[in-house]
Ligand binder design. Structure first.
Ligand code: NAI
Ligand code: PYR
Length: 309
């Protein structure tokens, strides 16, 4: 069987670390593309030279040329810039819209049957931009944030309980911002509802910490944002697609009337397999949860508006 081909666009912290996880899991051959000359080539070769030590078999090519990405099965877009002093959020969106649209268009031309996963921020709006720029059907363009945000929530719960992270399960909805919607009502520890094990104030403190999880890491790093957990999260999605695992995961998926919303991307539980988003699950929500989701979707809508797409 031919090896799968994964292209990662943006060889910065998230992109290079995603290549590392993908290689160590032998998910396929990897093309690492960046606009900076030498960076993807150097990081790609360095990672490839780890293969005899770690014992993984895959080719890793660093490049600045989209022709090298041809016939990829999955394309991960992490390209973009972070907000700099003096730059408004709208300035950032304008710049990243151009970058993400350009990357998605060029990558889609080279790999017309591929699946595109967006990581670049602001996530939900950039996913919308990539879908428009690629012209791909919406089941083949979606974003990563829900797995990361849920992973942060699960980590804090395991830390609080002193239990294994493996026994914590949850669902999280909404945009990748401060008003994302972690759902304690769908959170279980070894099958036990979290509200039977922890007081509400402790649960709400962890909900709040998860919402601000990205900022917490930036506060420590100062020079950049999180990349280990984000890259692990996107590679979980890549694995689910390439192995047709039918995983049920929170993904920034296109909504076609589900939850009462149409024409936007936001995180909801989906089934992820070889055809990308194969099913969107609509779960029951309380009135309060519906209001929280509406607030988050409003934020996503206003970000999409700024893109002008
Ligand atoms: N969705 C999520 O949950 C998360 C999203 N992010 C976002 O992912 C993006 C990447 O983050 P990092 O890797 O930490 O940033 P980084 O600055 O380390 O890497 C970005 C890379 O993109 C490259 N790039 C810029 N313009 C390009 C273009 N036109 N074509 C190809 N490459 C280009 C840069 O040269 C750089 O190497 C950011 O937008 C960040 O906010 C990061 C973590 C989590
Ligand atoms: C950077 C980002 O989006 C995060 O760490 O959540």
């Amino acid at each position: 069987m031919a090896r799968k081909k994964i292209t990662i666009i943006g060889a910065g912290n998230v992109g290079a670390t995603a290549a590392h996880w993908a290689a160590s899991k032998e998910l396929g051959d990897i093309v690492l593309l960046d606009i900076m000359e030498g960076i993807p080539q150097g990081k790609g070769l360095d990672l490839m030279e780890a293969s005899p030590v770690e014992g993984f078999d895959c080719n890793i090519l660093g490049t600045n040329n989209y022709a090298d990405t041809a016939n990829s099965d999955v394309i991960v877009i992490t390209a973009g810039i972070a907000r700099k002093p003096g730059m408004s959020r709208d300035d950032l969106i304008a710049t990243n819209t151009k970058i993400v649209a350009d990357c998605a268009k060029k990558a889609a031309e080279q790999s017309p049957n591929s699946i595109i996963i967006i990581v670049s921020n602001p996530l939900d709006a950039m996913t919308y931009v990539a879908q428009k720029a690629s012209g791909f059907p919406t089941n083949r363009v979606f974003g990563m944030s829900g797995i990361l945000d849920a992973a942060r929530f699960k980590t804090f719960i395991a830390m609080e309980m002193g239990c294994s992270v493996k026994d914590v399960s949850t669902i999280l909805l909404g945009g990748h911002g401060d008003d994302m919607v972690p759902l304690p009502s769908y959170t279980f520890i070894g099958g036990i509802p979290i509200r039977q094990l922890l007081p509400e104030e402790k649960i709400q403190a962890m909900v709040d910490r998860a919402r601000k999880g990205g900022a917490e890491i930036v506060g420590y790093l100062k020079t950049g944002s999180a990349y280990y957990a984000p890259s692990a999260s996107v590679i979980q999605m890549v694995g689910a697609i390439l192995k047709d695992q039918k995983r049920v995961l929170p993904v920034a998926a296109y909504l076609n009337g589900e939850y009462g919303y149409e024409g936007i991307y936001t995180s909801v539980p989906v089934m992820l397999g070889a055809n990308g988003v194969e099913k969107v699950f609509e779960i029951e929500l309380t009135d309060e949860e519906k209001l929280l989701l509406a607030k988050s979707v409003d934020s996503v809508k206003s970000l999409i508006k700024v893109t002008g797409m």
